[in-house]
Design a protein around this ligand. Structure first.
Ligand code: DGJ
Length: 711
């Protein structure tokens, strides 16, 4: 069980999970210092840290710089400040006192520490929350700011309210792990030495973004996949965000993350409260692999709405038909998909309004009468008759100027007076901060899923914000950046509550909305529009650093790939997609009989191992780019079976594929290959590895399913 120990005399708190502790100390100036983030400590051991020699005082330095967990701006501190405000009289410094501390025990077994601070003079209360859940070293933190004054006090401008600042211990060196990307090349893993100064990972786009993802992992430069310590944090937010990694010349390092971006502010009115999103953090040992597995477990146990549910094999029509859709073609595809063993048929863009291309119709959420003269019901009924669930694409936050919605409400989009409205993909962003817009949006979707037997929505969002203004908003138009996300979350939560069988996929022009905030209210995420199986290896490797296979949508599409033109065998495409939530997105009308037969076999093979892929422990055996072979092992939590997926793009003449040493098996047990019947000793699989029998050709691949033999 997680524990929170408190030593009132030394004003110290020790927050402990199964393998780690986070220690907080309130100093004589009421500054909250992060004293320890690392291996588990007892209260007595943590108290002894107070006698630990402090670094010598240097001129022009406050030694507290870079050590504050509750990281407020003020006094002689010049380092990064996670909490910055401006009072109505222009004062920017915060001087806070701890007013009380409280421990909350929740019904789910989690426990929470709340430290309540207040400014010494101004009417502002600030509560920092730390929640520990059973069985994990992840600590979830957030901040609440409350204006405790009256109307005469005027608003407090919140310049920055990071959910958490994490204080790292002194290490020999510091390396930062992150993912960078762009459309069709999301989540590319990048590990670089942390430079001195402040490195800001950010999105200013109103969405999580393709370019960066709100998490970071720090190590001392020596950690590898299997060994070493990792300090990591992730923000649960789907709008603009900032994550600042700071390395001071004094070798103090902090990670600080929160919503919003420079220069967005929030006017906190008297009586008003601002709650930040969660920022979760964890210390782990056992390398990057162990850090990833801890995050995967956290997402499965504490983030996803239906974590135990296995995601169905889906078919999506987008790459097959684009905007050229109609009932006959969709039924034809659905019949072919059902024959392959597909369980969820998703009709993508192009079914509504005048949406026969990307320049019209967005916002008009009624079926196109030429394409669906009797509405969606005949298609949905047929899909259900075929034994599949029915899913539908929507992009509710957007509008094409050429739409009935925009003609009726041109003021409903984000816009500034005296400025052009920048269109991207011929569309504008609806202002979800407006109560009338959000009420309309909810009503549209509610009606759609109430009137039609829809099991699944693919919720897309294909462009970032521009001209993010709201001319009638009054004095605080900036808050639309935050309110957009709050209101989006509220609609998703309400739809899910009112339609409990509905499942939702998060999509944003590929993988631009992937974060712990959206995953708390969706069931899976679209990873990337790039479905080229070779490019996918790196994208999926980066995805897996924080997010589990259970949410990683992966389709098998046509060869040559419509985006990259690369030809890759069907098995390789399947095996790549099988390391996540398998989907098919190719034009099945073009697949040969032999391909359809093989595809049905591969779908069946996936179903036999998907409980391991989606709910098991992921061990990255060889990363892509590391030699010629990449491989992942998915292990049942009880280690009774595992699946290994190995992929090799090309092989030099005369070389052989190395055997793959597996992880976390019982050395004393024997494991039987379910396809060949070969029995392997656990000890040999762990030390010498699983021998592979891949053909010599380019793009060779295999799925091996091993089950522990009864003794
Ligand atoms: C972007 C998505 O990523 C695609 O999968 C597809 O749904 C298109 N939008 C449709 O416009």
């Amino acid at each position: 069980m997680p524990s929170i120990a408190h030593d009132p005399e030394h004003r110290l708190w020790v927050l402990s999970g199964p393998g780690s502790s986070y220690v907080l100390h309130l100093d004589d100036n009421h500054r909250l210092r992060g004293l320890h983030w690392g291996p588990r400590l007892t209260l007595e051991q943590a108290v002894s840290l107070l006698n630990y020699p402090a670094p010598g005082r240097r001129s022009c330095e406050d030694p507290a710089d870079g050590t504050l967990d509750f990281d407020t701006a003020g006094a002689m501190r010049y380092a990064h400040a996670g909490v910055q405000v401006r009072f109505p009289d222009g004062v920017r410094d915060l001087e806070t006192l701890l007013v009380e501390h409280e421990r909350l025990d929740h019904a789910d077994g989690s426990t929470e520490l709340v430290l309540r601070f207040a400014d010494r003079h101004y009417p502002l209360a600030l509560d920092t929350h730390y929640r520990l859940r059973p069985g994990t070293d992840v600590i979830e933190r957030h901040l609440v700011l409350r204006h405790t004054g009256t109307a005469t006090d005027g608003p407090v401008t919140v310049v920055r309210a990071d959910s958490a600042t994490w204080v790292l211990p002194r290490l020999g060196d510091y390396r930062l792990g992150q993912v960078r990307g762009q459309w069709s090349a999301e989540t590319q893993l990048n590990r670089t030495p942390l430079p001195y100064g402040e490195l800001v990972l950010t999105s200013r786009r109103g969405t999580t973004s393709h370019q960066a993802n709100p998490w970071a992992m720090v190590d001392d430069g020596t950690t590898d996949e299997e060994h070493g310590a990792v300090w990591s944090c992730a923000l649960a937010w789907s709008g603009s965000w900032r994550l600042t990694a700071q390395r001071l010349p004094t070798e103090r390092v902090t990670l600080s993350a929160g919503f919003g971006h420079d220069p967005i502010t929030w006017e906190l009115a008297p009586g008003e409260e601002l709650t930040t999103p969660l920022c979760a953090g964890a210390y782990t040992e056992g390398g990057f692999g162990a850090a990833s597995r801890l995050w995967h477990r956290h997402v499965l146990d504490h983030v996803l709405p239906h974590p135990d549910e296995l995601r169905p094999v889906l078919y999506n029509s987008w790459e097959a038909t684009g905007f050229d859709i109609g009932i006959t073609g969709q039924i034809e595809l659905a019949e072919k998909a059902a024959a392959l063993g597909v369980e969820l048929f998703v009709m993508d863009d192009g079914w509504f309004g005048a949406r026969t291309h990307d320049a019209a119709g967005l916002g008009d959420w009624t079926p196109n009468p030429d394409r669906f003269p009797d509405g969606l019901t005949p298609l949905i009924d047929r899909v259900h008759e075929l034994g599949m669930q029915f899913g539908l694409w929507v992009e509710p936050e957007m509008v094409n100027p050429d739409s009935d919605l925009y003609r009726a409400h041109p003021d409903w989009v984000l816009h500034h007076p005296n400025r052009r409205r920048t269109e991207h993909r011929n569309q504008l962003v609806l202002n979800l901060a407006r109560p009338d817009v959000i009420a309309w949006l909810h009503a549209q979707l509610d009606e759609l899923v109430t009137k039609n037997a829809i099991d699944f929505l693919k919720w897309d969002m294909n462009r970032p914000f521009t001209e993010a203004g709201w001319p009638d908003a009054g004095t605080d138009p900036d808050r639309l950046w935050i309110d957009h996300v709050h209101n989006l979350y509220a609609v998703l939560d309400r739809l899910r509550a009112d339609h409990p069988r509905l499942r939702i996929e998060s999509c944003s022009s590929g993988g631009a909305r992937l974060d712990l905030g959206i995953l708390a209210r969706t069931d899976q995420a679209w990873t990337s529009d790039n479905t080229d199986a070779v490019d996918r290896l790196a994208i999926q490797h980066g995805f897996s650093q924080l997010y589990p296979a259970r949410v990683m949508g992966a389709w098998v599409t046509d060869s040559p790939n419509p985006y990259t033109g690369r030809s890759v065998p069907l098995d390789f495409r399947f095996h790549t997609a099988m390391t996540g939530v398998l989907g098919i997105g190719g034009d099945l009308n073009q697949w040969s009989k032999a391909e359809l037969t093989r595809a049905a076999d591969l779908v069946a093979a996936y179903k036999r191992v998907r409980h391991l892929v989606q709910l098991g422990e992921q061990h990255r055996l060889r990363p892509p780019g590391d030699g010629e072979l990449t491989a992942v092992q998915f292990l049942a939590p009880d280690a009774l079976e595992c699946a290994v997926i190995a992929l090799r793009c090309s092989r030099h003449f005369g070389q052989h594929d190395p055997a793959l040493p597996l992880r976390a098996l019982d050395p004393a047990a024997r494991y039987r290959d379910t396809a060949t019947g070969t029995v392997h000793h656990g000890a040999i699989l762990l030390s010498h590895g699983l021998p592979l029998d891949l053909p010599p050709d380019d793009h060779a691949s295999a799925l091996v399913h091993l089950i522990r033999e009864e003794n």
